[in-house]
Design a protein around this ligand. Structure first.
Ligand code: ME8
Length: 520
């Protein structure tokens, strides 16, 4: 891939909920990807934010005796706080109550009304007045046309709503999946959507009249735009899509189409079907990939409010205090539910991953190597004399293979694959030290050339692995860069990962990157 623009987005989070591990997870994995793309030299735009309209927010605000805007302000600030708390490098934090977003949503809906993709239609159905809810014909028959909640008869009611002509996009959507199978990933999720798509599409109501907290339909302000339509548009309003000539549009619209739109599996339909259809109706290009990850569960159980077992910010903070923020990032990125199955967040697995990978592998290898350079080479990087005995590793070819594997895995949003390639280098260094035994050779004055070569290769391989791990472990790799006097990342990851860039004579100070943590 050539150096160019990359755009990654998270879902925008509901302000009627408190932030929890799910929100931190999605934003963190996007952060790892965004940082990696920046290290590669790409021009990255990373977007997250909050979804602030809708009936639920109106009701929560009413229950608390505050205005919906006050509730949105308070909770949006809480979400924004997590970006700082977890050192997430989003370029923009969009709020759907931002007037710039609201005006653009109206302009986009107007465009859809003008093109005939949005029309005023009448809906007739069985209505439960107490619940303010329509029943489908089947469900109404099942309950004998009586509300199971209030016991009162269901009413035959009609309602005028604005509809989006989703049904007109059936063929184009099916073709989209045929021609661009990578548009929805992982594959299992795409197949799920395709199955449902083939059952046939109906037009979808995109306005509501039974509450007020939302963006008015242009020219019909008794209707508010359905919160999902309002929310989906954030991905392009943040780029000034409907503000031609504005600074946002000039600076940002070039990031569209998005490279990666990351979401949880529960909101796949909106992103894999309704969103592309809206973009088709607006004659805008489609994102390269909508990636729907699965869910974290907690200690083997689904997280829910009723069980009260959500891993909340306080718990995540306690992990960060005990293990460091990079440890949390590493765990989320390598053990998370990126594939089609859910993943368990358990204290014991967190501890084990930290100890095995970060303390015993990466930390130990860097510390061993720097300690030997301290002891046998006066703390400066030795020269590779070419006199290296044993090991049988073609370091240049081997590291370059892992670098390519790491980069291409990241392109596919396979974070753990990308990290695994870097860790393969580190494990190889460990095996090489065990094989060549520089600590024994060092006792023989005639073997100093061999010791120098071995230690150069170890340090150089660790340096290359650290460049690949920097997006996941920014804090500790920064520490390594300082101790080994490696300078700042240049934004040319491939060049930086070329074998032999570590210069003989560079001071290599001893490092202890990941302290052992005792469990209580
Ligand atoms: O759905 N494991 O917002 P939301 C992993 N506003 N990720 C999880 C998770 C879990 N157990 N629970 C939640 C909304 N998430 C809408 C989106 S976008 C135009 C509008 C993450 O606050 C996951 O990314 O309910 C999921 O999609 C998102 O939080 C839902 O956040």
């Amino acid at each position: 891939m050539s150096c160019s623009k990359r755009y990654i987005s998270t879902p925008i989070y509901y302000v009627n909920d408190r932030p929890h591990i799910g929100h931190v997870y999605t934003t963190t994995i996007c952060d790892v990807w965004a940082r990696f793309q920046r290290l590669l030299g790409h021009d990255v735009f990373f977007l997250t934010g909050t979804d602030e309209h809708g009936q639920k927010v109106e009701q929560s605000a009413e229950a608390r005796g505050v205005t919906p805007q006050a509730l949105a302000d308070e909770n949006s600030a809480e979400f924004r706080r997590i970006m700082g708390m977890f050192d997430l490098t989003n370029d923009e934090f969009i709020r759907t109550t931002d007037p710039r977003h609201e005006q653009q949503v109206q302009a986009l809906v107007k465009q859809l009304m003008d093109s005939g993709d949005v029309y005023l239609g009448t809906f007739e159905g069985w209505y439960d007045a107490g619940q303010e809810e329509y029943y489908t014909e089947t469900k109404a028959r099942e309950v004998n046309h009586v509300s199971p909640i209030s016991g009162k008869p269901l009413e035959r009611a009609t309602e005028e709503n604005y509809y989006f002509k989703l049904s007109a996009y059936q063929d184009r959507l099916e073709r989209m999946f045929e021609e661009h199978p990578g548009i929805v990933r992982p594959d299992a999720r795409r197949n799920e959507v395709l199955g449902r798509l083939r059952e046939g599409l109906q037009d979808v109501p995109i306005s509501r009249t039974n509450f007020a907290w939302g963006i008015g339909v242009p020219g019909a302000s008794e209707h508010v735009i359905y919160v999902w339509i309002d929310a989906l548009f954030n991905y392009i309003t943040a780029l000034g899509a409907a503000e031609p000539g504005s600074e946002w549009h000039e600076d940002r619209f070039g990031y569209w189409p998005a490279s990666m739109q990351v979401i949880g599996k529960e909101i796949l339909w909106f992103h894999a079907v309704i969103w592309p259809a809206l973009l088709m109706a607006l004659k805008l290009p489609l994102p390269a990939c909508v990636y729907a990850h699965s869910f974290w569960i907690s200690e083997g159980q689904k997280m829910s409010k009723s069980l009260g077992n959500f891993i909340d910010l306080e718990q995540l903070q306690s992990y960060m205090e005990a293990y460091g923020s990079d440890a949390l990032r590493y765990f989320l990125a390598t053990q998370g539910p990126l594939g089609a199955t859910d993943a368990d967040f358990s204290r014991s697995q967190f501890h084990e991953t930290y100890t095995t990978d970060l303390v015993n592998t990466l930390g130990n290898c860097a510390s061993r190597t720097s300690a030997m350079i301290g002891k046998y080479c006066d703390g400066v990087c030795p020269e590779d004399t070419g006199e290296c005995a044993g090991g049988g590793v073609e370091w240049e070819a081997f590291t370059s293979e892992q670098v390519e594997a790491s980069i291409s895995s990241m392109d596919r949003f396979d974070l753990s694959g990308s990290i695994a390639a870097a860790m393969t280098i580190v494990r190889q260094v460990d095996a090489f030290i065990n094989d060549t035994e520089p600590f024994k050779l060092a006792k023989d004055p005639d073997a100093s050339g061999k010791v120098a070569s071995i230690l150069y290769r170890c340090a150089e391989a660790i340096r290359i692995a650290s460049c690949l791990l920097e997006a996941t472990l920014p804090d500790r790799i920064h520490q390594l860069r300082e101790s080994w006097h490696l300078g700042s990342p240049s934004g040319e990851l491939r060049t930086e990962c070329a074998w032999g860039r570590l210069e003989a004579g560079t001071p290599i100070d001893k490092v202890a990157l990941f302290p052992r943590v005792e469990t209580s």
